[in-house]
Write a protein of this length. Structure first.
Length: 479
């Protein structure tokens, strides 16, 4: 008791003083939650995990709490199949969601996570320790864009924060984060810095959030998205994601665990590998988003997808390098998947997108840069400048006449549309396309034009350095 009173007076609550063993065999989440509750009763403080392995079910983060993982500390997500269930259960049950589910279960339910908080203020997870989601599931209940209903499963996310303010996540490492390593929904005034993620599904999912910086992070996601911004119906209404600044991040698609062990083994190209994405859930839209000074390797590139009746505008990307690009380097699209209430009738829209100072090598020649709007609602005002792209090549001459699919209600993934008609830039249904100081190259002969413009108005093309094969036009304009 004396020790507990002492640490409370210092504002530091050592979980060992509340019964945690840190031996990797004892379930320590009850002790960790007890330390959090004790700190809350005294107005908050730091809940300290010294070096050790803390086998854990759900940890409930509260206001004014800093959950601090010391160097050498590991929170190990308990596997329900390997550990006998307790009276209270290992992971908290999913909360009710009394509303139609227009998003998959991972975006709908939060409490069935390893670390979660809802409606809390001034919360942080810090320190040079690790969260290992060995016992978490990466299973999904979504199939072909349709929600199958209910929670994904027991313990499916490493960190899940909903409707929280003043959030800080700094210095930690997450290995095997489940469906989402970090999901934040409806969170404002947040800082994520120097976080390393090496995981088996998504890295960061930032949904319906405002005023956030994400800096100096390393994100390895060989099986899904690395850093994705969304604006779903998880808050039961459309909420824009805005004022998000991302800088100095590394995105990779190595086999899970090989970023951390230093072997960095590339994952074979599959569904999705890495990438920075806006979408696909995009009911509220995106505004004032920046990405700068970041690198990509063995991953997909940039994907900006507004397909659920929101607005995407004021997007700036600069100072990006990419190596060994899967599928596409730059993909900007709108569509009418319209995964939301049927009474909403507006068209998705996108405007004022600027991408500059980007170099990418060993790009998959399946896709050029893609900028595709809709006939009745074209994308407006796209600037592409100082860009160098080196493709593998191999496109055939007949592709220029390909009936490249309209986005429509399709899932917005270029892989499903196949080869683009151009090897460097394909644009359709755009008003205001400004391209300057762009270089395209290919390793093997490519018999497609460098640029194909289909229903594109107000075009400016300057300083285009893009070779073509004999008899192939550099620029083809279609009506």
């Amino acid at each position: 008791m004396a020790a507990t009173l002492t640490v409370a007076a210092n504002g530091v609550y050592n979980v060992r003083d509340f019964g945690a063993k840190g031996d990797g065999r004892t379930l320590d989440s009850p002790a960790i939650n007890a330390a959090i509750e004790a700190a809350v009763k005294n107005g908050g403080g730091q809940v300290l995990l010294p070096a050790g392995t803390y086998l854990s079910g759900s940890i409930r983060l509260k206001s004014n709490i800093d959950l601090h993982l010391s160097a050498g500390a590991k929170i190990l997500a308990v596997n329900p199949k390997k550990f006998p269930p307790t009276e209270e259960g290992l992971y908290d049950p999913s909360e009710p969601f009394d509303f139609p589910e227009y998003q998959d279960g991972g975006h709908t339910y939060f409490h069935n996570s390893l670390i979660w908080a809802e409606g809390q203020t001034n919360v942080s997870i810090t320190g040079h320790g690790m969260i290992d989601g060995e016992g978490l599931t990466k299973r999904d209940t979504e199939k072909a864009g349709q929600v199958q209903g209910g929670s994904i499963g027991t313990g499916d996310k490493a960190i899940a924060l909903k409707l929280c303010r003043q959030v800080t996540i700094r210095d930690i490492t997450i290995y095997r984060g489940g469906h989402f390593a970090i999901i934040m929904t409806g969170c404002d005034l947040s800082t994520i810095d120097n976080v390393t993620i090496d995981t088996n599904r998504d890295g960061f999912d930032i949904d319906c959030c405002k005023y956030m910086t994400i800096t100096n992070c390393k994100i390895n996601t060989p099986s899904d998205d690395a850093l994705v911004l969304k604006s779903s119906y998880a808050l039961k209404r459309p909420v824009i994601t805005e004022h998000i600044a991302v800088a100095n991040c590394n995105i990779t698609g190595y086999k899970c665990g090989t970023l951390l062990d230093g072997t960095c083994v590339p994952e074979p190209v599959g569904w999705v590998c890495g990438r920075f994405k806006l979408g696909t859930e995009s009911n509220g839209g995106y505004r004032n988003i920046s990405l700068t000074n970041s690198t990509f390797a063995y991953s997909s590139g940039l994907a900006f997808e507004e397909v659920d009746q929101g607005r995407m505008e004021n997007i700036v990307v600069s100072n990006i390098t990419m190596s060994h690009v899967h599928h596409y380097p730059i993909y900007i699209t709108t569509g009418c998947r319209n995964r939301g209430p049927k009474e909403v009738s507006r068209l998705s829209s996108a405007r004022d997108i600027q991408i500059s100072n980007l170099i990418a090598d060993d790009c998959d020649s399946l896709c050029s840069i893609i900028v595709t709007g809709m006939k009745d609602e074209p994308i407006r005002n796209v600037w592409l400048s100082n860009i160098r792209l080196y493709f593998k090549g191999g496109g055939t001459r007949d592709l220029v006449n390909k009936d490249y699919r309209e986005q429509g209600t399709n899932y917005p993934e270029p892989k499903f549309a196949g080869w683009t008609p151009a090897y460097g830039l394909y644009a359709r249904h755009v008003v205001g396309l400004h391209v300057r100081d762009v270089t395209f190259r290919y390793e093997r002969p490519d018999h497609r034009p460098a640029i194909v413009l289909d229903d594109v108005r107000d075009v400016s093309l300057k300083e285009i350095d893009a070779p073509t094969e004999a008899g192939v036009d550099q620029i083809v304009t279609l009506e």
